[in-house]
Design a protein around this ligand. Structure first.
Ligand code: ADP
Ligand code: MG
Ligand code: MG
Length: 896
């Protein structure tokens, strides 16, 4: 039998897996000598056993009793002792922070007798009854399953009757009555009395907190944050300290720096005469910490010193919960704080500067997801105009959408493809689905530490909160600004999370400062220079090269500015569209060799010009050109359109045009039931005479032209959709023949490495054979994912992926993040067998996964030489390749 309980003095921060983040950090603060109310932690292991067996783990009760006895001895009081009760909090706390998603029960140990004792020893009757009603409320909902809204309604009724603007204005008598009502609600709803035994309360609260691991909102949050479902939560049992003892008491939350911008200095909110959960729930408006400095300078100074100590100790931004009980400061929680992408970069740079961390550590602290967010456009200041209202800039960025006033409307409209802004008076964990669906969150109450702000920052959503100039009427689905402007559900608004403003309509966007830096090297501001430092460092440590997927000189030039070291995928199909489609039609319709050759000959100079320009832009860097990949009918008119046109001709007595007849015939000839698995890729090259030769000739002549112009072209030829080495051998022979031909004609020898895409399971499984003919491999992970899963991406993503995500078949779309288990296995096999056959084989990836942070980390460990992604993802891939080279990195503190 394992050990299930650790005293705060026995743990430390490295035990987060076992004690949960909260428990491990409470232990760490205890070790550091900070004022933490004593207590103990029941491990996540106990939770896992409980969830698996559905019963309290054997031996747990005895261990808890032992630790409780020690706590009682230490405080000289017994749990729930009638004349002077020891009271406890029972707090959830998992390995990864899940803010507000699970339950906590405060004031355990109160009952009809000990509430009187508490009133007497504290000399504060109001406080005693306030604590008791809180216990019944939290215990009633968490342990006994009573809908918490029932308690809130009761409280609202009483406040109304007493004309009390908030709960502080209720007196001891009111609260004692409220306790009676609450007990009645519990009795009526559950058929049981609220339990009077403190020991039973403690035991049941612990088990209920275990159970809250599986609450619906906790599951949703985990799915969204990709936290595994089998970790379980620890439970922290801790002596209560009281912030609700009067005006010289209170509760607050603080960050050691501003979590939105990273600016140094203590930052947070404080609420006098309140228990902790009041601060974040927004029942009353909290005040900034500067106000605490005025109210209670001694506690403020202590808090500031502790915050400094924590930041130095953790060498990072910390987030803190504290309570002041009659002028004495208590530390109730700390953790490395969530932050915006801006703050992540700024803080990392500053901590490096302060010598607290090294450049490597700084790089691990930022993330590709965060960088991508900084590259998003911002509102055009010139077009912003006067805002409708101002609030707290809680999570930066710019977003516009239709105003919605509840989760259901957010989900409904978002599912129909409409961007939405969720507007609430304040949010609770139940609003999570709506927040996930929305582009931005707007609240009427609460500050930077409110639920809305914390959750939005964690998700990277735009958020403005505490917009006091608006009145939110959820029932009528509208809000009203101070000057009387009404915004109803469905109306467009724009939210600027960096400035904290709300605007009518959809404001136009402009490039962000980070984007301006990437585009033209302009280093304005500390965030941008922090980004520059991080990217520079990533470039010095990474092993993976980063190339870009680009088919036009403009894209190639941008990729190069963004730091691409070549083009890993230059598709040629775009070079067959537009005006040139006519020529492609000629080629397909050709009945004779001469007709086909004529069409190909007309395409040749155009294609050569394309290649010459791209090779010029990428001079000195590799450019991997893929031979034509899509099926030919993609270049023909739509079958239905043609048929309709011809039918109309016939109906009006005209003879259909001869060309239309020919085209329809060709369309019918090339029609495929399943084009993804049809005549495309290398198959096309082997079956359509002259196609490969024309493309290779165009490229070879472009190479010659560049050499003659004094350039250093480095073209590579990539054959798509190879499944068997024989296909590649045939295609390659044709390629080599044309290269030699052009060399002879021009007197300039042309040398282009020839390789293949690995995008069919058969190619991966026979990679050793294929490597005999390939100088390089490039994984086409999009097709490889489609063919490995048997999914057609266009058909499945909208049709049933949402359901699959709900059913936990996978926790991210395998088209966004590489499926390591299946597709990743094929990648590993191909790398291993390909290299065994040809040790100098160059291996890259050119699917979209090449720009996905998690996938980049996988490609690093799989031993690839480069990743290739869209130009805009190049900086992200550079950063993540650097982080991957530093070892075991996760998503980073700014991307959860
Ligand atoms: P969460 O993870 O949702 O923040 P917590 O376990 O931190 O939940 O508890 C909820 C609130 O109760 C917090 O504001 C916390 O500060 C307060 N709290 C927890 N334990 C105590 C305690 N021993 N004394 C006073 N307040 C407490
Ligand atoms: Mg907390
Ligand atoms: Mg492909």
């Amino acid at each position: 039998m394992g050990r299930y309980v650790y005293g705060f003095a026995e743990g430390n921060r490295d035990l987060a897996g076992l004690l949960g983040g909260k428990g491990a950090n409470l232990a760490e603060m205890t070790r550091l000598g900070l004022p933490v109310p004593p207590g103990f932690t029941v491990t996540t292991e106990a939770c896992r056993v409980f969830l698996a067996e559905g019963a309290e783990p054997e031996g747990l009760a005895a261990e808890v009793s032992r630790y409780l006895a020690a706590l009682e001895k230490d405080s000289g009081r017994l749990l729930g002792q009638p004349d002077d009760p020891l009271l406890l909090s029972v707090r959830s706390g998992a390995r990864f922070s899940m803010p507000g998603m699970m339950e906590t029960v405060l004031d355990v140990g109160l009952n009809d007798a000990s509430v009187l004792g508490l009133a007497k020893v504290s000399g504060n009757e109001r406080f005693a009854w306030d604590s008791y009603r809180r216990l019944i409320q939290m215990y009633g909902s968490t342990v006994m399953g009573v809908d918490p809204a029932l308690f809130e309604e009761e409280m609202a009724l009483l406040r109304q009757a007493r004309e009390a603007p908030d709960d502080v204005h209720l007196d001891a008598c009111d609260l004692a009555r409220l306790v009676e009502s609450y007990k009645r609600i519990v009795r009526e709803r559950t058929g049981h009395e609220f339990p009077q035994s403190p020991a039973l309360q403690l035991q049941q609260a612990i088990l209920a907190v275990f159970g809250s691991w599986n609450s619906e909102r906790a599951r949703l949050y985990r799915r969204r944050e990709r936290i595994p479902d089998d970790l379980g939560t620890a439970v922290n049992v801790q002596r209560m300290v009281f912030g609700n003892l009067g005006p010289d008491s209170g509760s607050g939350v603080a960050f050691t720096r501003d979590p939105a911008t990273g600016r140094p200095g203590l930052y947070g909110d404080y609420l006098a005469n309140a228990q902790g959960e009041d601060v974040v729930s927004g029942v009353r408006d909290a005040v900034p910490l500067a106000e605490l400095a005025r109210l209670d300078p001694r506690s403020y100074r202590r808090l500031r010193d502790h915050a400094k100590a924590l930041e130095r100790h953790y060498r990072d931004l910390c987030d803190i919960e504290f309570t002041i009980e009659r002028g004495t400061l208590w530390m109730l929680q700390t953790r490395v704080g969530k932050r915006t992408a801006e703050a992540a970069f700024a803080i990392a740079a500053e901590l490096i500067e302060e010598g607290l961390i090294g450049a490597d550590e700084g790089l691990v602290r930022v993330s590709g997801d965060g960088l991508a967010r900084l590259m998003f456009p911002r509102f055009d200041t010139a077009a912003l105009g006067a805002p409708l209202a101002h609030g707290v800039p809680a999570s930066p960025g710019a977003a516009a959408g239709a105003a919605v006033f509840d989760s259901a409307a957010a989900l409904r409209r978002a599912a129909a493809g409409e961007p939405v802004v969720l507007v609430r008076e304040e949010t609770t964990p139940d609003d999570l689905p709506g927040m996930v669906a929305a582009q931005a969150v707007l609240t009427g109450r609460g500050g930077k530490t409110s639920h809305a702000a914390v959750v939005a920052r964690g998700m990277g959503k735009v958020c403005v909160c505490g917009v006091q100039d608006i009145t939110v009427d959820t029932g009528a689905r509208r809000f009203t600004t101070r000057d009387g402007t009404v915004v109803a559900e469905g109306e467009l608004i724009s939210v600027d999370g960096s400035r904290g403003t709300v605007h009518a309509g959809a404001v136009p966007l402009v490039p962000s400062a980070t984007m301006r830096y990437l585009e033209c090297g302009e280093q304005a501001g500390s965030v941008v220079s922090a980004v520059a430092r991080a990217l520079e460092h990533a470039d010095t440590v990474r092993r993976l090269e980063v190339r870009a997927n680009a088919d036009t000189p403009e894209d190639a030039a941008r990729a190069r500015r963004f730091g691409a070291q070549g083009i890993g995928l230059c598709r040629t199909e775009h070079m067959f569209l537009g005006e040139r489609r006519k020529l492609v039609e000629e080629m397909i319709l050709a009945r004779t060799d001469t007709a086909r050759e004529r069409a190909l000959a007309a395409l040749l100079p155009l294609q050569r010009a394309d290649f010459t320009e791209i090779l010029a832009v990428m001079d000195g860097l590799p450019v991997t050109v893929r031979l034509l990949d899509p099926p030919l009918h993609e270049f023909l008119p739509d079958r239905t359109e043609l048929a309709v046109r011809m039918a109309a001709d016939e109906a009006s007595g005209r003879r259909p045009e001869a060309r239309d007849v020919e085209l329809l015939d060709a369309v019918n000839r090339t029609h495929e039931e399943n084009p993804m698995l049809g005549l495309r890729g290398v198959r096309l090259g082997l079956v359509v005479p002259g196609l490969v030769a024309m493309q290779v000739r165009a490229l070879a002549e472009a190479v010659v032209a560049r050499i003659r112009a004094g350039g250093a072209p480095r073209a590579e030829i990539m054959v798509p959709l190879v499944g068997a080495v024989e296909e590649l051998r045939l295609a390659r022979a044709e390629v080599e023949r044309v290269l030699a031909e052009v060399g002879e004609e021009t007197g300039v020898p042309v040398r282009c490495p020839v390789g293949t895409m690995i995008e069919l399971p058969r190619a991966a499984l026979t990679a050793g054979r294929i490597a005999e003919e390939a100088e390089f491999f490039s994984f086409g992970t999009n097709d490889l994912t489609q063919t490995t899963w048997g999914f057609s991406r266009d058909d499945v993503e909208a049709a049933f992926f949402p359901a699959y995500l709900d059913l936990d078949v996978f926790d991210a779309s395998p088209f966004e993040t590489l499926d390591r288990e299946g597709v990743g296995r094929l990648v590993r096999i191909a790398v291993e067998e390909g290299r065994a056959a040809r040790p100098d084989l160059v291996i890259g990836v050119c699917g979209e996964h090449g720009g996905d942070p998690e996938s980049v980390r996988f490609f690093h460990t799989a031993g690839l030489d480069y990743v290739s992604c869209s130009p805009f993802r190049v900086p992200v891939a550079r950063l993540e390749a650097g982080r991957a080279a530093l070892g075991d990195t996760g998503p980073g503190p700014d991307s959860r």
